[in-house]
Design a binder for this molecule. Structure first.
Ligand code: X5A
Ligand code: ZN
Length: 661
């Protein structure tokens, strides 16, 4: 696949060159990533397999190119838009399609969990009987049809994060509800290649496929990490979880990354780690990425490494730059949400509730003084968001997940190279916190606390990535309190505490931006300050999902915590799949540094499933999504209205926003 190259002068096509593959593979090897992968050999796709998407005449035309001379190749190339042929093109394009098939087979037979196919030529622009935009055979579309026909899959999600619109994929599946196609692309109101009106958000599919084509056009260049994540949180993921795919195919073009001459965007390579890890929460983690574009060799190679590293289970590195989406991005996101809302329940109610402007808010809904944009909150917010990445973020922990769930007097389960420290051997500062709590005055409670603090310390010193510990229900709040104090005194700069069930926020917590406290319990939805948010547990699966994607993750991305404490206290009310999804999504923004605290009495299923997702397994599906209850939706809309002035990743434009006004 490194053989095809441009044999004549053509500035438009010159960027699609063999070095794209050699430099990406080179960096994968240099970083030791390729060595951690199973290498699956490519094979040529058969003509029958190419026929899943392309016409026999087109395949025959391509077969004929092998024998053509340069001038004939050049003349034939001129019949298509932004295409060049080389005598090796037919062979390489069959290998590219076949590599995708090999990858899908490896994943769907269980030989591997996921994978990336490094291929040339790319595929997403090519059509039934046309090469287009450097693409010859539509590798991803062929892989999707193959997964349906050979493996019997009924729902496939295609995520096209290349910066060009994969119109070839769109045309292939536009009337097919079994394939959900999502593409974002540089559009500039139709003034960017391939200049198609059907690349706009208003193209949503046809006939039975209505709502299964999702286009997010970027109308300005310079979109960055915050814009891409906002697109995932507010458009792709709600639809994807509702769709509940059995396989995720990624048209993984990296011309959407910073430095690319085609895309002119600003997203850093680390962003692709986050996008990949978010997708791994779908389809049981069955993610197959196929290379499409990407023309800045450095940015391409770094982004490929980020993607592979994440597929291998490594934590996503922190994102640089302000987590504030551009106005133009919010307009694009709103236009897709509006176009898709008729077809997806997860988009329906949220936007329809009126977004209250400050002047129309009732007195009891008025934000507290800290929430108004006074100098005080600005300082806190500015500090919280501008703080330098902490020392916690360096290096990879040797242990991915540690478990301390064993009964009284047994040691936490840790590999032998990490010495066990007795729970009672707490030093003075911690002892003094413990003495504040009567609930900790039993052997059982101190023992449990000792194990929890032991795990916490290993996470804080970077030896362990994530952990799960238990405490007696009667001591849950006290245990969490000591854990918070210890995290802060041991150097956590920003701590995100997600407390589900009966767990009071410790009264000593300062509103200084070091701790963001999110309570999920009770009836009241209220932002008592920008760092103290309270929310009832949504009663339905779709309500819970909306709450995760529209509130919890945007808060987490805006806050940039270096550690998450996830505490499931007494009466938390979470079902195991919900707890699993919460934990697996919370891992993404925080570089997998999640310490989960459960009740000693909680079911083995819950602890087991949490340990699995903390370790990187995909969460189970939530089951069919119905409609969110009006109360849940009202609570969410109200909280978002209160918090979005401070936490910009929450921002959405109101539904009544009119793109033509
Ligand atoms: C796969 C891909 C881009 C074609 C651009 C033509 N194609 N101007 O990124
Ligand atoms: Zn592209």
């Amino acid at each position: 696949m490194t053989a095809p190259r441009l044999l004549w002068e053509d500035p438009e096509c010159a960027i699609e060159r063999p070095e794209r593959l050699t430099s990406a593979l080179g960096l994968l090897q240099q970083r030791g990533l390729e060595q951690r992968c199973l290498r699956v050999a490519a094979r040529e796709a058969s003509e029958a397999e190419l026929g899943l998407v392309h016409s026999p005449e087109y395949v025959a035309l391509l077969r004929g190119t092998q024998a053509l001379g340069t001038e004939e190749l050049r003349a034939l190339s001129g019949q298509f838009d932004a295409v060049y042929f080389h005598p090796s093109t037919f062979h390489s394009a069959r290998l590219a399609a076949g590599a995708g098939l090999q990858l899908v087979d490896a994943v769907l037979t269980g030989a591997v969990r996921n994978g990336l196919a490094l291929v040339r030529p790319p595929g997403h622009h090519s059509q039934r009987a046309a090469a287009n935009g450097f693409c010859v055979f539509n590798n991803v579309a062929i892989a999707a049809r193959h997964a349906q026909q050979t493996h019997g899959l009924r729902r496939i999600l295609i995520v096209d994060w290349d910066i060009h619109h994969g119109q070839g994929i769109q045309y292939t599946f536009e009337d097919d509800p079994s394939v959900l196609y999502f593409s974002w692309h540089r559009y500039e109101h139709g003034r960017f290649w391939p200049y198609l009106p059907e690349s706009d958000a208003s193209a949503v599919g046809q006939g039975p496929g209505l709502g299964f084509t999702v286009n997010l056009p970027w109308n300005q260049v310079g979109m960055g990490n915050a814009d891409y994540l906002a697109a995932f949180l507010h458009v792709l993921l709600p639809l994807a979880f509702e769709f509940d795919p059995e396989l995720v195919l990624v048209s993984a073009g990296f011309d959407s990354a910073i430095g690319d001459p085609e895309g002119q965007m600003q997203a850093t390579p680390e962003c692709f780690a986050h996008l990949t890890q978010l997708l791994q929460a779908l389809a049981g983690g069955r993610v197959c990425a196929l290379l499409e574009g990407g023309y800045n060799l450095e940015s391409l190679s770094e982004s490929v490494c980020m993607t592979v590293q994440t597929l291998l289970g490594d934590p996503a590195p922190p994102l640089s730059g302000p987590m504030v989406p551009h106005r133009s991005a919010l307009e694009s996101i709103q236009s897709v949400r509006a176009a898709q809302a008729p077809h997806w329940t997860s988009l329906q109610q949220q936007d329809s509730a009126p977004v209250l402007s400050p002047s129309t808010r009732s007195p009891e809904e008025r934000p507290s003084p800290l929430l108004s944009e006074g100098p005080e909150s600005k300082t806190a917010a500015a500090q919280a968001m501008a703080a330098a990445p902490s020392a916690l973020l360096d290096g990879l922990p040797t242990v991915r997940t540690a478990v301390a769930l064993t009964s009284l007097d047994t040691a936490p389960v840790l590999p032998p190279d990490i010495p066990h420290q007795e729970g009672s051997a707490l030093e003075e500062e911690t002892q003094s916190w413990v003495s504040l709590h009567e609930a900790l005055a039993t052997d059982e409670a101190t023992n449990a606390l000792g194990k929890l603090l032991y795990l916490l310390d290993r996470i804080l010193d970077g030896k362990v990535s994530s952990g799960i510990a238990a405490a007696p229900a009667s001591a849950a709040a006290a245990t969490l309190d000591v854990a918070v104090r210890r995290s802060l005194s041991r150097g956590a700069q920003r701590l995100l505490c997600v407390a589900v069930g009966r767990l009071d926020r410790p009264s000593h917590l300062a509103d200084d931006g070091t701790t963001l406290w999110l309570s999920i319990r009770g009836k009241e939805a209220a932002a008592l300050s920008m760092f103290h948010v309270s929310m009832p547990l949504p009663g339905t699966a779709v309500g819970f999902l909306n709450f995760l994607l529209a509130l919890v993750l945007p808060l987490a991305y805006s806050f940039r915590p270096d550690l998450v404490l996830l505490a499931l206290g007494p009466d938390h009310g979470l079902r195991a799949p919900q707890a699993a999804l919460l934990a697996s999504l919370l891992r993404v923004p925080v570089g997998c540094r999640v310490l989960a605290l459960v009740n000693e009495g909680s079911t083995p299923q819950l602890a087991g499933i949490l340990a699995q997702v903390l370790h990187g397994e995909a969460p189970p599906g939530l089951g069919p999504l119905g409609m969110a209850s009006p109360e849940d939706t009202r609570a969410l809309v109200r909280l978002r209205g209160q918090l979005e002035p401070q936490w910009k990743m929450l921002q959405l434009l109101p539904e009544c926003w009119d793109p033509t006004a």
